[in-house]
Write a new protein. Structure first.
Ligand code: KIV
Length: 334
């Protein structure tokens, strides 16, 4: 992205993106079922933004005339499932990438506790704290104009009781600006889901391989293999949905089991390593974009951004060392 030194990062439209600043800014340009479902609905505005009046459709200062996209909401997820149109979700941990994913039309941005291993250099998600999550959630919600922002509840912040879970979820919405929360676990957390739902907080369940329990599960292993484990997983999914969960993430589950869950649930399933039969897919963005040398078998690398960034960095360092940067055009003579 080329920027004039007088402009703050993110001020203008990025290279390769529409000058409107919002890809899919009109309902007609938005992807699939959600766009259809949103046709004729009032527009949404950025969380915490000056035009936060729901449905006003008012543009941000300086962006008058730029179409304001309609926020993806829980009823759109249900409608997408009914219409058989796949939902898209990516993780996001900061404003820079969240803005790109939002403009590219991703339906849901998950501020995952994978923040821990992907951004904070923790070995797993287990050490991540609520206080580490909140600034990331806030950054993503500030820039996501269309996507639903889902905040993960980190390990130790919800399991003890429905009340503990509610208190953490409230922080994610009030301080972080999230629209929904996600936490890991099955039927034993149905009461947690029920209380949050009664309190007005949409909940995403997370079944299959649940990274916060990797010590108990014996590492990163496919879950739901075999008749008994599969039936257990289906029962857990039912329990979450019956308690009010608006969607269920299925991680590292055999495809036939994920298909069975998808068939029996009224709410969408979002798969990661769970095959093509889910109602939607989620990936950790760094896996999707090829930011690391290794990525899991279930994640396709849709770009090689890590390599591109490495190349740009090497070129920059060489230019500085060779004194070809800064050039006259980057220099103030007075
Ligand atoms: O934290 C995360 O990134 C997640 C996804 C793996 C679904 O929970």
């Amino acid at each position: 992205m080329t920027q004039s030194p007088d402009h703050a990062p993110g001020d203008g439209p990025a290279a390769g993106r529409p000058a409107s600043g919002i890809a899919g800014g009109s309902a007609a340009a938005q992807p699939g079922a959600i766009a259809a479902a949103q046709a004729g609905e009032p527009a949404a505005t950025p969380a915490g933004g000056p035009a936060d009046a729901e449905g006003s459709g008012r543009a941000l200062p300086g962006q008058e005339g730029v179409p304001v996209p309609r926020r993806v909401r829980v009823h759109h997820l249900r409608q997408a499932k009914e219409r058989g149109e796949p939902l898209t979700m990516l993780t996001a941990y900061d404003a820079l990438t969240a803005r790109i994913f939002d403009e590219a039309g991703i339906d849901m941005l998950l501020v995952g506790d994978s923040l821990g291993d992907n951004m904070l250099a923790h070995p797993t998600t287990i050490p991540v704290t609520v206080d580490e999550m909140i600034p990331a959630v806030r950054a993503v919600s500030r820039v996501a104009r269309r996507a639903m922002v889902v905040a993960d509840l980190p390990f130790g912040s919800y399991e003890a009781s429905p009340q503990q879970c509610l208190a953490t979820a409230v922080r994610m919405l009030k301080e972080g600006g999230a629209h929904a929360v996600k936490f890991e676990g099955g039927a034993h957390l149905a009461e947690h889901v029920r209380l949050l739902t009664r309190s007005g907080i949409p909940v995403f369940g997370h079944l299959g391989f649940t990274p916060q329990s990797e010590n108990l599960l014996g590492g990163k292993r496919v879950q739901g293999r075999g008749q008994e484990a599969a039936s257990h997983l289906v029962a857990d999914a039912h329990a979450l949905a019956d308690a009010g969960a608006v969607a269920v993430v299925l991680e590292m589950v055999p495809a036939p089991v994920a298909e069975r869950v998808t068939e029996v649930l009224r709410v969408p399933t979002i798969g990661i390593g769970a095959g093509a039969g889910c109602d939607g897919q989620v990936l950790v963005w760094t896996d999707m974009a090829g930011m690391t040398s290794w990525s899991p078998r279930f994640a396709q690398r849709f770009g090689e951004i890590g390599e591109a960034l490495y190349g740009a960095t090497r070129t920059y360092a060489r230019a500085v060392r060779e004194r070809t940067f800064p050039a006259p055009e980057h220099t103030y003579e007075k």
